[in-house]
Design a protein around this ligand. Structure first.
Ligand SMILES: *Cc1c(COP(=O)(O)O)cnc(C)c1O
Length: 430
């Protein structure tokens, strides 16, 4: 077997069409090799805004929230803003009627600054401080019954349970198995509910679970839904209390590479809704109100990043960004797709490794076939960059974090500007 058999695109020239399933629905390649997203030329944007550049297609965000709504018409959709957070995005999600998951007082502060109603915020976290919970939010998801609560307020809370369902995702982003630090183990759940009911200031309204991230196993969600409704039944038996809310968390996966499977949204919705109806019927409970908390699924595929090639060293392509604007490869061994844009090449495709600018061997973005005539100054476009990149970005090597530009209907707007040395110096007060 040769490398050409393993990677069928090798040896051919650069395809004109965009790889299906990876780019925003609005994306297209023009005859002049421009990449147009949301009706905006990304080549022109890269020229005016510089690189690395992160682009967010707001129309794609709308479309994806619409797909979730259609699949789960009665569910509350709480966008998990740790995936990507800025005021422009928050305002959009507010207009779409989403709720918002925040994981810290800082995230709540950004959402509040965008005018997002506190009532529709849900606060998470494994180590919330009194400062975190001091910000008004509609609901707090307690990781354990004795977590801090806001003073002198009847705060609506949910209790996070580890349903002990293995979502079969990457071990570093699995959270629902009970062998981990998140939530109350299923076996201790009823006692924990009792402890919480005895706490003044806590108004328990429901239960929560979250299986992990980048999950494709829709049967795991079904099993979690079953276990959680059965637990609601046991809570009612023991305490005579009917909890009205069930939050099944997020974690819906997205494809990153050509040929990756897509998340079975219809199958997920069907299995979860059937499980809720069946189990609540069996337990004689009213069907709980469902909340889902997708982050990655909403914004990941709405993002495209542009990098400029700094050097080509044999099979290595060095670009002007890397782990400071995308730590996922270094954290999880994640790999991305990339394609040449802005210039037509008829050269054959050869295997390349796209590496970042940082002094770390783990700073690898992509293992991908690229034209043999790739040269410094070329632009590479990377799809599915909307989630867990800018929100996890760092100032490593004192490289300023890149800007985020929203595109939609032929217009573009800067959401986050590029970080400058002056920004870094502002907090260096010594
Ligand atoms: C991270 C997280 C989410 C969102 O996860 P995605 O994989 O981005 O959908 C939702 N709920 C909780 C509690 C989380 O920790």
């Amino acid at each position: 077997m040769t490398l050409f058999d393993l990677v069928p695109t090798l040896g051919r020239s650069h395809p004109v069409a965009l790889e299906p399933g990876l780019w925003p629905r609005s994306a297209r390649m023009t005859d002049t090799a421009d990449l147009v997203v949301g009706g905006v030329s990304l080549i022109a944007l890269a020229r005016t805004r510089g690189t690395p550049l992160h682009v967010l297609d707001l129309g794609e965000v709308d479309r994806r929230v619409g797909l979730l709504r259609a699949a789960l018409p009665e569910a509350e959709i709480a966008y998990a803003c740790k995936a990507l957070l800025c005021r422009g995005l928050v305002r959009r999600l507010d207009a779409l009627g989403c709720a918002l998951d925040v994981c810290s007082g800082g995230e709540a502060a950004v959402a509040e600054a965008a005018g997002f109603p506190a009532e529709r915020m849900i606060m998470h976290g494994t180590a919330k401080t009194t400062a975190d919970v001091g910000r008004p939010v509609g609901r707090i998801v307690l990781d354990r019954p004795d977590e801090p609560l806001p003073p002198a307020r009847a705060q609506r809370v949910l209790l996070r349970i580890a349903p002990e369902v293995d979502a079969r995702t990457h071990p570093k982003i699995t959270t629902g198995t009970g062998a981990q630090q998140f939530g109350v183990p299923l076996a201790e759940a009823e006692d924990a509910v009792g402890a919480l009911l005895a706490r003044p200031g806590a108004h328990l309204v429901g239960l929560h679970c979250h299986l992990g991230s980048q999950v494709f196993a829709v049967d795991a969600y079904e099993e979690a839904a079953r276990r959680m409704v059965r637990l609601l039944g046991r809570v009612r038996e023991r305490y005579g209390l009917t909890l009205g809310e069930l939050d099944l968390g997020g974690g819906l996966g997205v494809p990153y590479l050509p040929g990756d499977a897509d998340f079975d949204l219809a199958g997920y919705a069907r299995r979860v809704l059937v499980a809720l109806a069946y189990e609540s019927g069996k337990a004689g409970l009213p069907r709980p109100r469902l909340t889902v908390e997708p982050g990655r699924w909403v914004v990941g595929p709405a993002g495209v990043a542009l990098y400029r090639v700094a050097a080509v060293k044999g099979r290595f392509v060095v670009v002007d960004g890397g782990m400071s604007d995308n730590p996922r490869p270094a954290l999880y061994g994640a790999r991305y797709h990339a394609r040449l844009v802005g210039r037509r090449s008829t050269a054959v495709l050869v295997a390349h490794t796209v590496v970042g600018r940082h002094c770390e061997a783990a700073d690898v973005l992509a293992d991908v076939p690229l034209p043999a005539d790739l040269r410094p100054g070329d632009l590479l476009a990377v799809p599915v960059t909307g989630a867990y990149q800018l929100s996890m970005a760092s100032n490593y090597n004192a490289v300023g974090r890149p800007p985020l530009v929203a595109v939609h209907d032929g217009t573009h707007r800067l959401l986050l500007r590029r970080e400058r040395a002056a920004d870094l110096l502002r907090r260096d007060v010594g």
